[in-house]
Design a protein around this ligand. Structure first.
Ligand SMILES: [Zn+2]
Length: 214
């Protein structure tokens, strides 16, 4: 069971179909492994259907939304939530990339870090979409963010100043966040990140890496 979940706002936008395709992919990958969030999305889908039928239109403020979430979490799911959550994509990343993670054409950046920019798989999207691989125990360069960075851990785990992030955890970093991920020692750590604005590297390797993670 993952420990770090998308917040209610992200799930609401996902349910409404408002997320960009890269962000929706991050949510989908998390949902595939997280029954807790699948039930939340299931409820939101039901809520959306009710709202579409309602006359006159109702608006949902945060407190109503939280009450509904609390209520639905106490109830058993009425249908297989994965069918709702994945919407026909049982392995969306494999489908997108056409390869297993291990066989991708990784580009080595530093001793510990390999990256693969997969932005081209999302034509017309403004975000950058990047896979990053850290060797076991490997360190990523410290960086802040000019926008937000949404990350899903696909394999392995890493730690930073905010805690331990394991496979399928969902992390959103904002402008105020600086971090320096370090992979745990048991496996390569592979993450998928969607960058709404370029990273701003803060460490001594800034000049070396900025052209690569721009
Ligand atoms: Zn979750």
């Amino acid at each position: 069971m993952t420990q770090h979940h998308p917040d209610s706002f992200i799930l609401m936008e996902y349910s409404a179909g408002n997320l960009s395709e890269p962000h929706a992919l991050c949510v989908r990958l998390h949902l595939e492994q997280c029954p807790y969030c699948r039930s939340r999305v299931d409820m939101l889908d039901s809520l959306g259907a009710v709202m579409m039928e309602s006359r006159p239109k109702v608006s949902v403020d945060d407190s109503l939304f939280d009450r509904l979430l609390t209520r639905i979490e106490d109830e058993p799911a009425q249908q297989d939530p994965i069918e709702v959550a994945l919407r026909g994509h049982r392995d969306p990343l494999r489908k997108l990339l056409g390869e297993d993670l291990a066989n991708l054409p990784w580009k080595r950046q530093l001793g510990d870090v390999s990256v693969l920019d997969i932005t081209d798989h999302f034509p017309g999207q403004p975000e950058r979409v990047v896979l990053q691989k850290l060797t076991p125990g490997g360190k990523a360069p410290a960086h802040t963010h000019r926008g937000t960075e949404t990350t899903v851990v696909l394999q392995g785990a890493y730690t930073d100043n905010k805690g331990l992030f394991k496979q399928w955890d969902f992390i959103v970093m904002g402008e105020e966040d600086t971090h320096k991920p370090i992979a745990t020692h048991d496996d390569d750590c592979i993450t998928l990140s969607v960058l709404s604005a370029p990273l701003k590297l803060t460490g001594r390797l800034t000049r070396l890496l900025n052209p690569l993670i721009r």
